[in-house]
Design a protein around this ligand. Structure first.
Ligand code: PMP
Length: 434
């Protein structure tokens, strides 16, 4: 295929560089200029069609008519701040709480994942009256002050080790593929994390809570070792702290087998933070917890997010849930994701660069290594593969501290035919050089 180039008359990329802060990156050196989206497809201004294999934000697919109609109808009627009294916010809170186990009866609406994890951390601090938080290394939880403080992934936050505030305490990244403990030895991560938590308590700093992704999304969808969260949550609670689940990427049906990541671990957190997919692209985040925890936020003053749970946000959030339920998207994630996973594993039998296929449902990670023994990360190769895939009409990006894992998280409406297009393109790229 032709490499995408910006038309000579198009100065939009240059304008972007001039007007936005330099750190606001974009995908690709020469990115296609995207004009429309439909289901799992994106279309650029030149009329080229791309298969979008990374867009977990467009969870129910681009431009879903039911979501568009719900948002549009509500915008015609009313949109206002969440202090006004309208019906939709309570209906939506009920529906989101109903996806969680009993006891999750209190909802806060915000506008993003960073706000959701930040609020979750502050809730744990407020509820316990303590400042210390335990977080897993190599994680990303957001860009706001508190969410950034607990984000220690080298790729996302290279200065994390120097700038981390003293209330943040970390435990090892529980990565059973390339961490310190591999394979069956990964059971050692939990007792080690428990020792850190016990040590904190013994030194007089009983933690307010522990935050972690419930399925290691930032590392490319690596499942935590069996029993990990149960053991770590129990240790935090033994010292009166709270368990915070970051479900921003992995929750809401994407894992196929489970609606929430913590269900895979057979563990129940105290506070759940979610965003991205719940708004289908509209800025929406939520923190769901128990009444006695939520009410403790009072000690901080009042809680108000102007547009968190606004009439339009609530209408869109409910429409997204309608689609997930009516179109059976969790089941689609399980079935189509299972097919995709099997095809990727088969690819691994023919291409030495494939180190592992991680993940579940439509949250998969294909990890590239130069050597299956040393696991030397194939970082430059992964970047090149993503560029070659773009030429073949597939949008794909790397993740992980070594940027050597393809982060496969397409809209949940993706078809079996589309995932076959992706695997065939990848097979061709791996076979013909990159
Ligand atoms: N938590 C996790 C696990 C995330 O992946 C992200 C976003 N990549 C966030 C929190 C922050 O979400 P947002 O970008 O909506 O602020």
């Amino acid at each position: 295929g032709l490499p995408p180039t910006a038309p000579a008359h198009d100065d939009s990329l240059q304008r972007r560089h001039e007007v936005l802060a330099e750190v606001q990156e974009h995908y690709y050196g020469v990115p296609p200029r995207i004009e429309r989206g439909w289901r799992e497809l994106l279309i650029d201004v030149e009329g080229r069609v791309y298969l979008d294999m990374v867009n977990n934000v467009a969870s129910v697919g681009h431009a879903h008519p039911h979501v568009v109609a719900a948002g549009s109808r509500q915008m015609h009627l009313l949109n206002t701040n969440s202090r006004f009294h309208y019906r939709a916010i309570a209906d939506y809170a009920d529906r989101i709480a109903a996806t969680l186990p009993d006891g999750f009866d209190t909802v806060f609406f915000v506008n993003s994942g960073s706000e959701a994890t930040d609020l979750a951390i502050r809730l744990a601090m407020a509820a316990t009256g303590r400042p210390d938080i335990v977080a897993m290394r190599e994680a990303y939880h957001g860009w706001t002050y508190a969410s950034d403080a607990v984000s220690t992934s080298i790729a996302d936050n290279p200065f994390a080790l120097e700038t981390r505030p003293e209330w943040v305490h970390t435990v090892d990244a529980a990565n059973s593929y390339r961490g310190r403990h591999r394979g069956a030895d990964a059971v050692r991560y939990a007792p080690e994390a428990v020792a850190v938590i016990d040590g904190l308590a013994a030194s007089g700093r009983r933690p307010a809570g522990m935050i972690a992704e419930t399925y290691f999304g930032n590392a490319g969808g690596v499942a935590l070792p069996d029993g990990y969260l149960r053991e770590v949550y129990a240790a935090v609670r033994r010292h009166g702290g709270l368990a915070i689940a970051d479900e921003v990427q992995v929750g809401y049906g994407r894992l196929g087998e489970w609606f929430w990541g913590f269900q895979q671990q057979d563990a129940v957190p105290d506070i759940v933070a979610v965003a991205k997919s719940i708004g289908g692209g509209h800025p929406l985040g939520a923190v769901i917890t128990r009444r006695e925890i939520g009410d403790r936020y009072r000690t901080q003053g009042y809680f108000f997010s102007s547009t968190g749970g606004s009439p339009v946000s609530s209408a869109i959030g409910m429409a997204v849930l309608d689609v997930i339920e009516q179109e059976g998207l969790q089941e689609n994630a399980r079935v189509v994701g299972g097919h995709l996973q099997r095809r990727l594993e088969e690819l691994g039998e023919r291409h030495d660069l494939v180190g592992a296929v991680h993940g579940s449902g439509l949250y998969l990670g294909l990890e590239f290594v130069r050597d299956r023994e040393t696991l030397e990360p194939a970082t430059t190769e992964t970047a090149a593969i993503c560029n070659r895939l773009l030429e073949r009409g597939v949008i794909m990006q790397p993740t992980g501290d070594f940027q050597n894992v393809l982060k496969i998280k397409p809209p949940l409406v993706i078809t079996r035919a589309s995932v076959d297009v992706f695997v065939d393109a990848l097979d061709r790229v791996l076979s013909t050089g990159f």
